[in-house]
Design a protein. Structure first.
Lengths: 267, 267
């Protein structure tokens, strides 16, 4: 990397993280579409999807990764000064790693979250863009880990729960799934959307509504989603149990349905 | 730079920008103190000030820069995943450039600002840290430049003016200087502090108070400050004139006093 890349100097860029299974990046098309939308917003020239697709495939193959993760980083490229002027076009970086960052017990016993000490500003135009300005998320993860949690959870400026540091939030209430709406300060996750589709396809009602802390406290069960760890049963917030304090039955059913859906998508 | 440096991956780092005059970085000690405070907040191991001081001097000398700018970037170093774990200690980058990014007419005619379309969240713990998460500032600069302005200006969540994209704000009211307080969402600038000291030393009253847009509209004059361009006369906000719409007399006097102070500091 150049030491004058604007990705480093200002976080002037975007990224996507994908799960690799059987040597392929899952939901690559959806991730590339979100990357392209972010690039359009930031006015970073996008690379042709076909080139990105090929670069991803070549990188996975060259590193011989069967199961693991892939990160795609697109920056505005080299250039100094705060004005978004790139001197020589965008920079693309692809990182791959074998293995995934979880312990099996986390899925059996459930994930525990900690409320972040600061809020997500839902009025920021950057909420909906997966930019390299990821330090609030890093700090929320640090706070959560320091308190013995697995993930940090953000309130937005209105005091509603909006998303985890690296995950989206779902709860079950009267049998229906509820997840915070896109304008609540969340990054709309690819897995969030896939889980909504999966649940609806299986006949479950899914609503996008604001979630107060009290509402989560009274939920029948809850889970988090992201592209690497997919569906994570959520069993505690700041040591207070969610639902019965164990992974819930609908969470388990959706995990199974999601696995089947992935298998079908790969074929 | 490594392609797994957390500065690039997450904006997990800090920077300082200084003016070089006569081959020396101005107010280096003050910038290094702010860097150290930010590093403590982010829990990034800091390098000994003596080492940083020497690295700065060597870089300026090696590049033979008499007048220009220097940027010091400190990241958490290499490491993947959102948790702030560095695998091999921090990364330090020093960039130097000859020349400064202004046109002489800007000082004669004054700088024109544009209000950003989005606000600064003064409750964020990152406001007071000069982190690599600089994209909101980049976007505010883009908006301002696209509208023919020289700099973007942020409102905070309370609707008060807090700072420019890369500058602090001062106005004159009944002969006194007013600048927004440190908890209003600003990055407390080194030049802001030096100008406050300079003004007070010359017998001017300086107050840290919230500045509504109406208050700026009624100001006798106003200016912006930063480390590279120092004191910039502010003459218009969104095409509405500030004061008489020309650089003000106190601004000119402070520019002169600031120059003298710098000269004394260099000796």
């Amino acid at each position: 990397m150049s030491a004058t890349d604007r990705g480093l100097l200002y976080g002037d860029g975007l990224f996507e993280t994908m799960r690799i299974e059987a040597g392929r990046a899952l939901y690559l098309q959806e991730h590339l579409a979100r990357l392209a939308a972010g690039a359009q917003f930031l006015q970073i020239p996008s690379l042709p999807p076909g080139d990105l697709w090929q670069a991803v495939a070549l990188t996975i193959a060259a590193n011989d990764v069967a199961e693991g993760s892939l990160r795609l980083t697109l920056t505005r490229g080299e250039g100094t000064g705060p004005d978004p002027v790139a001197e020589a076009g965008p920079t693309l970086v692809i990182n791959v790693r074998s293995g995934l960052p979880y312990r099996k017990e986390q899925y059996l016993n459930g994930f525990r979250v900690r409320l972040a000490s600061f809020r997500r500003d839902s009025s920021s135009p950057l909420c909906r863009v997966k930019s390299l300005n990821f330090l609030p998320n890093v700090l929320a993860r640090r706070e959560a880990k320091a308190a013995g949690g697995d993930e940090g959870l953000f309130l937005n400026g209105e005091g509603n729960l909006c998303e985890g540091a690296v995950s989206n939030l779902f709860l079950r209430e009267k049998g229906r799934l509820i997840t915070p709406p896109e304008d609540s300060g969340i990054l709309p996750g690819i897995t969030r959307r896939m889980v909504m589709d999966t649940a609806r396809g299986a006949g479950h009602e899914v609503l996008e509504e604001e979630i107060t802390p009290a509402r989560l406290g009274q939920a029948e069960e809850a889970f988090l989603t992201n592209s690497l760890l997919e569906i994570m049963p959520l069993v505690a917030v700041d040591e207070r149990p969610v639902g019965r304090g164990v992974p819930g039955p609908l969470t388990g059913r959706l995990m199974e349905l999601y696995r089947l859906r992935k298998g079908a998508a790969r074929r």
